[in-house]
Design a protein around this ligand. Structure first.
Ligand code: GLA
Length: 334
């Protein structure tokens, strides 16, 4: 892409009347992508550094260094910071669920641990984190059951979600509190997420928004399903944020490993998709307050390893040289 792009205003600037433009970062990319981040993004999310296992590996020991560095990067550059994530079935150390005597922690112990973790973490970053993904991925993808079987659910019971939101609200009454999930546009799962959020609202739980992870691809989900999901969630009166967007160039069941760069057709389709997504997002600017990508440029993406080990993917708006893909011009030209 031309040098000329560098002198233009950043992506986030051109969307300033619509929503924040964010990227997930880690302790390496805040260095390797710092210039790009500063130019084009006005919000960041820690990819892993604020998860339970990163911050709180042992019961009596927190490890804040890497998370602090990310918070510092946001402060130094006047960026917004999304907190990700307080309660999740993944990336949570096993000590949380154990009683120390070879058995499982009971409800009261688990709730006490959840509360103390949430208080410590939320209070530490309350000057810079304006919103938290309080609970991540609590809903099942398919089947009759609504809540995913997890150690949190088994140990505490169905109210673990509500409790997490209450603890977070107590720790920082100003923070906006989100429920965050993937496959969020799939109609079956969408209805489960909708019902969960609705029941939380009905019993007075301090929930302010729903995070649509948006791990999408060239093929899925269809645009009308995205619109339906936005409409449905917004009908609850909650704010929405796109929290982890990437647009894989491979269909989910495509296992090809032969490409060293994306095909022209893939880039054409991706451009079309990004254009459609942003046209749609703009329509919903009153409810959609932030669009965060799960990475800043194709030189680093978690999809290089998932779901096909070692296969490169090109799911973001900037290429492997951190240069804007052509779609950026279309998006910024609005
Ligand atoms: C989920 C989580 C993220 C991240 C991605 C994969 O979407 O919410 O924190 O782990 O999976 O990278």
């Amino acid at each position: 892409m031309s040098e000329g792009m560098k002198t233009q205003v950043g992506l986030s600037k051109s969307f300033q009347d619509y929503f924040l433009i964010g990227a997930a970062v880690n302790h390496r990319t805040i260095v390797s992508q710092s210039e790009l981040l500063r130019q084009h993004y006005n919000s960041i999310t820690a990819e892993n550094e604020m998860k339970f296992e990163s911050l709180h590996p042992e019961e009596n020991g927190y490890a804040f260094e890497q998370a602090d560095r990310i918070a510092g990067f946001a402060r130094d550059n006047g960026m917004k910071l999304r907190g990700h994530t307080l309660v999740w079935h993944n990336q949570t150390p096993s000590w949380v669920f154990e009683d120390g005597n070879g058995g499982l922690a009971g409800r009261e112990l688990l709730l006490a641990r959840m509360k103390s973790h949430i208080e410590t973490v939320v209070e530490r970053y309350k000057d810079i984190i304006y919103c938290w993904d309080v609970v991540n991925e609590a809903v099942t993808d398919s089947g009759e059951e609504s809540l995913r079987p997890s150690k949190w659910l088994h140990g505490i019971g169905e109210d673990y979600i509500e409790q997490a939101f209450r603890f977070a609200h107590e720790a920082d009454p100003k923070a906006l509190l989100f429920y965050n999930d993937y496959n969020e546009c799939n109609p079956g799962k969408r209805e489960k997420i909708y019902s969960l959020a609705k029941s939380l609202l009905e019993n007075g739980t301090p929930i302010h928004g729903i995070g649509l992870q948006a791990h999408w691809s060239l093929y899925d989900p269809a645009l009308d399903l995205i619109r339906e999901a936005i409409e449905r969630y917004a009908s609850l009166g909650l704010k929405l944020q796109v929290t982890e967007m990437d647009v894989s160039v491979f269909a989910f069941d495509d296992k090809r490993t032969d490409l060293t760069e994306p095909t022209a057709e893939m880039m054409r389709l991706q451009e079309e998709r990004f254009k459609q997504f942003f046209d749609l997002f703009r329509e919903y600017k009153d409810v959609l307050t932030s669009v965060t990508f799960w990475g800043a440029a194709d030189d680093y993406t978690w999809l290089d390893h998932f779901p096909v080990r070692g296969r490169k993917n090109w799911p973001l708006l900037f290429d492997t040289n951190q240069q804007p893909k052509t779609v950026i011009q279309l998006l910024m030209g609005q």
